[in-house]
Design a protein around this ligand. Structure first.
Ligand code: PAF
Length: 290
């Protein structure tokens, strides 16, 4: 497996692979890889001639009070997982290589929706779309794999790719969960025992919403209230939002008709967690809505 710290070297390698007619599969990550990432790596390796991942903790997508410095980093075990999954190359750029100068150019997808992540993390998605645009320019035409766990991020990236005509096929992959329902996230590493137990409240709230919809509830507000009440019953959790949205646009819905996405964010002590689900399927059942 190639481990490339130099962006020029990475570009030359990938250009050469494409020249040979090879189709590239790309998995951008911030490292601290877990089984959710493993599923993306596995899919990229299985469906591409050449698979490549990137590991870069992107300062641009962290707010001033967020966890950039403490964000978990585990390069050696990350590389071992990539090797295990038969990834052909991992790009590990330095911050100086990615941002040699303070950025004057940002890629912003104008508000796809109100509220959700943008409310508490107003600059986050500009940082995500900007770094993903840079990475797409580096890697070139490819299929790129993202987890549905970051559903709003996935929607923003799809929109950016469409608006700016990136020669990239974006593939959303289902969220991977612990047996008790907790969605895998690098930030789960911050949780101690009682917090880890409390964190299942996000998936429990999604399940409560899904069950209401299955029972015929068509009012988004009623479903949101039940999801919110589930979180409020958990003493260690503080709700950020519980939302019922259109899966493609993330717009608010007047009524729950066919396709519907449930999204939730809550703080477990100081750790902010997000989760989401297709409102028409129980958790863990595969859906492909975006
Ligand atoms: O989802 C992530 O890990 C990051 O937001 C991404 C897409 C790698 C951009 O830094």
């Amino acid at each position: 497996m190639n481990v490339l710290h130099d962006l020029g070297e990475a570009r030359r390698w990938l250009d050469e692979e494409r020249r040979r007619g090879h189709r590239l599969g790309f998995v951008p990550t911030m490292g601290s890889l877990h089984d959710g990432h493993r599923s993306l790596l596995r899919r990229a390796a299985a469906t591409s001639d050449v698979s490549v991942a990137s590991i870069f903790v992107n300062p641009l997508q962290f707010g001033p009070d967020e966890d950039l410095d403490s964000y978990p980093r585990s390069l050696e075990t990350d590389l071992a997982m990539a090797r295990d999954e038969r990834i052909d190359g991992v790009i590990v750029p330095s911050t100086e290589a990615m941002y040699p100068e303070p950025m004057k150019t940002l890629v912003r997808v104008e508000q796809l929706s109100t509220g959700l992540e943008s409310l508490s993390r107003p600059t986050h998605f500009d940082g995500v779309t900007t770094v993903v645009a840079k990475l797409f320019n580096l890697v070139g035409p490819c299929s790129a794999f993202f987890g549905e766990k970051d559903y709003q991020q996935l929607a923003q990236i799809r929109r950016m790719v469409s608006d700016l005509s990136f020669p990239v096929e974006v593939i959303g992959c289902p969220t991977v969960r612990e047996p008790d329902g907790l969605a895998l996230s690098s930030r789960n590493a911050y949780l101690d025992g009682p917090q880890r137990a409390a964190a299942t409240v996000l998936s429990r709230a999604l399940t409560a919403g899904i069950e209401m919809i299955a029972g015929g509830e068509s009012s988004p507000a009623a479903v949101e209230q039940v999801m919110a009440a589930t979180v409020r019953h958990e003493p260690l959790a503080e709700l950020d939002y519980a939302a019922v949205r259109d899966p493609a646009t993330l717009d608010e819905l007047d009524t729950i008709a066919d396709r519907v996405r449930l999204l939730i964010a809550a703080r477990i002590d100081t750790t902010r967690l997000i989760d989401n689900a297709d409102g028409r399927h129980s958790l863990g059942e595969y859906s492909d809505e975006t």
